[in-house]
Design a protein around this ligand. Sequence first.
Ligand code: NAD
Length: 293
Amino acid sequence: MQLLDGKLLSENIKAELATEVDLLRQKGGKVPHLVAVLVGENPASQVYVSSKIKSCEQIGFKSTLVQRPAETTEAELLAIVQDLNADPDVDGFIVQLPLPKHIDEEKITLAIDYRKDVDGFHPVNFGRMAQGMPAFLPATPYGIIEMLRRYNIETAGKHCVVLGRSNIVGTPISLLLSRKGYPGDCTVTLTHSRTKDLPAEVRRADIVVAAIGIPEFVKADWVKEGAVVIDVGINRIPDATKKSGSRLVGDVDFEGVAPKCSHITPVPGGVGLMTVTALLMNTLKACRKEIYD
Ligand code: NAD
């Protein structure tokens, strides 16, 4: 079994990005600028956003955190989005989800200029991705694709079973892995909460992508010998042996499943770190106007 090491990989990619930034700077070009908008005090969101900002600093990107209280109105947030859309110094920005209940997430996503949508959530980017056109890919699926590529995981003709059909992970990774080319050319089964006999579906998989948000849900006897397992889940469970009283686990029962796999991502230290790195890759593309003029 080989661990797909998101920590090592993201450090390597970040070193490459830092070199690119140095080159841009030497040529007198613009340094990529990412803005993160955080509304409210969701602890997980605070951790994610600070890790994005820290990563920018680490590689020489400019970054700005726009933080607003949970009482911020939808109109106020829309005004922030419009300002960022119009600001020529901002290459890309994200509005961290989830938003407080009184704000319509769809409205906010649609208000973001798709040319600055480095999270890849806007329907223009999603549609272009689905048609195989250049687009900002959603950060988590982009991170997974990059991980498969850099570990030279064979995908052509493989049967991939995706668990979960969210707009940000399950559905887009299904599309990307079924697309022509590498990594892709998989035969994909997209499963969800209404799937009958999920274990039987997973047993047929050469590649499993688990993105459902239930701790240690995928069990060892569901997984085929030699499968590649990508665990997207980030779940906090109680653990009295830890100082914090809890620990992070994925959607896969790592202890049981790992010995059966050819490759598996750990949680933490797997897909999560690749997600942040993919966001940085998108921001560099935005700055260089690689996708849109
Ligand atoms: P979500 O919460 O929006 O949706 C969950 C999906 O799982 C749904 O499509 C649902 O149909 C499916 N599902 C729920 N129960 C099921 C069951 N019993 N059997 C089969 N399918 C079931 O999903 P999401 O936002 O993609 O998040 C999934 C997990 O991935 C969460 O743990 C989240 O924290 C994590 N996540 C991690 C990253 C990362 O960077 N690693 C990024 C996004 C999400």
